[in-house]
Design a protein around this ligand. Sequence first.
Ligand SMILES: *Cc1c(COP(=O)(O)O)cnc(C)c1O
Length: 844
Amino acid sequence: MYMKKFIAHPRYPEKLQKLYRLAYNLYFAWNYEVINLFYRIDPQLFRTCEHNPVRFLYNLPEEKTASLAQDEGFLFELEKVWSKFNSYLNYQPILECPGDSAVAYFSMEYGLHESIPIYAGGLGILAGDFLKGASDLGIPILGVGLLYSHGYFTQRIDPSGNQRELEKHPYDKSVIPVKELRGPEGKNPVVINCEFAGQLIKAKLWQADIGKTKLLLMDTDIEDNTPYARALTDGLYPADREKRILQEMLLGVGGIQALSAAGCLPNIYHLNEGHSAFLIAARLNHLMANESLSFSQAKAVIKASTVFTTHTPVVAGNENYPVETVKKYLGPELQKAGLDFDMIKNYGLLNGDSETFWLPAFAIHFAGFVNGVSRRHCEVAHRMWAPLFPNLSPLEIPIRHITNGVHNSWISEPFTDIFNRYLGPNYIHSTQEDKIWEKIYEIPDEEIWKAHRRNKQDMVVFLRKRLTESFSSRGYSPSRISEFTKKLNPDSLTIVFARRFASYKRPGLLMNDAQKLKEILSKADKPVQLIFAGKAHPADEQGKKMIKQVMDFAVDAEMEDRIFFFENYDINLARHLVWGSDVWLNTPVEYMEASGTSGMKAGMNGVLNLSVTDGWWVEGCNGKNGWGISAGEFISHPELRESAEANQIYTILDEEITEIYYNRGELGIPERWIEMMKESLFSVCRKFNINRALTQYMNDAYIPCMEKTAKLKKDGGSLLKQAERREEQILKSWQDISFAGFDPGIDKIETITENQELSASCSVNLAGMDPKLFTVEIFYMPDEEEFIIIPLEMTGIENGLARYSGQFKVSGRGSQSLNVRIRPADPVVSEIHPELIKWKPGED
Ligand SMILES: *Cc1c(COP(=O)(O)O)cnc(C)c1O
């Protein structure tokens, strides 16, 4: 029987309308005074509703709302919170963004708050933080994503240490802080119609408000869809490959439609990871079919306006499909633009494999700005993606780095209070350059220690509750449970390892030498407790084994009173752990952690990092704010490396961490520890705040991209047309162009010394082409890491050969190298054809 569905909202007293509006803006997720309003009404109910204010208000009995509307004290507080919210919305951003430009940010997942379970892990949390930070800084970013019907799996660990994944239940979308997007005058929900490989798929649009930022979410679970299409946005990262590629078609191609249905025409498209790469096809289609651009022109426009962020430091971990599968879905989309898939597919191939289409490769070819998420990751990304740029020097691979950051909402309430009082409340709008962070050093030690103690106490209370829940569900007796939960000690030095359980993160590294670890944990005067949490991907047997290994170790080593594993790592658990631990442990295999962000969250709360110097910690560790594990750096044998690293951890724990932590001064506070906490607070808040990352995206990516796009569009696209004419000529003759001779000016000199002026010359057979079409230049490397480009000047044409010459100075000393090359002079042509570079071949 057909039943049409609709949502009936509760009716709130006029005086509580502001409360209702606060519940629908995720601003509540990082403003404790809003959260505290809800706690004040009914703490028990608010917890039962998993901190979801919309569901909470929905479940409030009418008598309660009626009495609140009469409660002068409550209304006073509501007014205060409301007024702060309004000043926040009206805060003038420091960053200037040209005109009414906007950035559309595409991500497969968003970790915003536990009430909207549309994230799986780090990638999503970063995307959520990104949108929150954009709101704080007033950067006009608009998120695009999917509204899944149920969240990532719930993890349970059975008594033998095996991970169980609970069956997922859909949540009720009508009681989360997301609203249906409505058409003109609020009539009718907005629905987009997509057709992918002949399948009609409709998606309803929802909107989440995150402070000033908006997030558009697509949802296919509507009655008009076939059952298969309805199930498309069921959950994250389905194992069914067809379903997964359809989700990605929806995100990319559907996302472009969604933006237009919502009345947005962004200037910049930012792809967070490769999942959304298919949007390039939708844009080609739009630019070619609607705006009548040629492929080259469309590519130039897309490159000028696309930003791509890669996060995955191993090729295999990147999104890919058999070429045939991509053809099935992308082919029809490209056809609309008059494009043949067989031509476009080359942009998705890698390393000579013609069967696999890589989404990030596709994105990299069409993005004008590509970045990795830490300095170290950028080096890795260069090596990984260099084959996409066979004619560029490895030093020129156009992948930059913008190190990740985390949002201020990861700062706990006690530290937020302290920052408000000592830094002033506007620190949330600050970036790295602001002097404001230096005030952290002026905060009295006692205040810092008090705040940390409170966080730790709260963490222990929270964890005891969690333990009680899991043990009750296993059928343990209350007395046994209470005996066990008491073992969690708020006075013990607490080390936390909480993240996805995956082989490369090596959760078991600490157990490399059982005896040694046991000694460290069980010193009577300096007790240490270890807390683990993390999910293994359902298909990752290795990861699941590691959970079991930790659980078994605790039992076998009789360390159950010192080693704890907490089920179901999610935002809520993460929050308590990064707030309340003393030491945040991270042990990835080097080069495998792209950035890592949980350590930043911990560091912003004065928790000290003990981490392999990889990812963000290469830049973050300064010797004063935590500890770097580096003993494995030059050891390639995995077992030797692990034992070297484990031994280094034991030494640091033994000689530094426990010593400094338990060395208490007169007031009973560990002064040196607090000194390190301050270093951590200062260095991490200043440099690894998402505001710093956003400023970089703005200055290095968005603004230059906006300027470039505007230039291309100017005068009816005259630059594009000019570039196209040049491109045509160059392509015609490119294969016939060759170097006829090159004298770098060094061969006849007996000794070359630094600062010496050299004259280079060369002759080129331009195959009768206009020399103005080309640039001839020397690519000079004073050392392995640097290059200087010296353009040569054309001096004349003789016997059909163009002669070029120029001067340059020897820079520095040591082993150096150079060569000469030719490429198109037009920057637009160069941009769309990075492969058009011809180096003078070697002599042999
Ligand atoms: C921060 C966070 C992550 C990412 O942490 P990493 O250190 O990058 O592994 C994953 N899950 C949750 C719930 C988080 O809060």
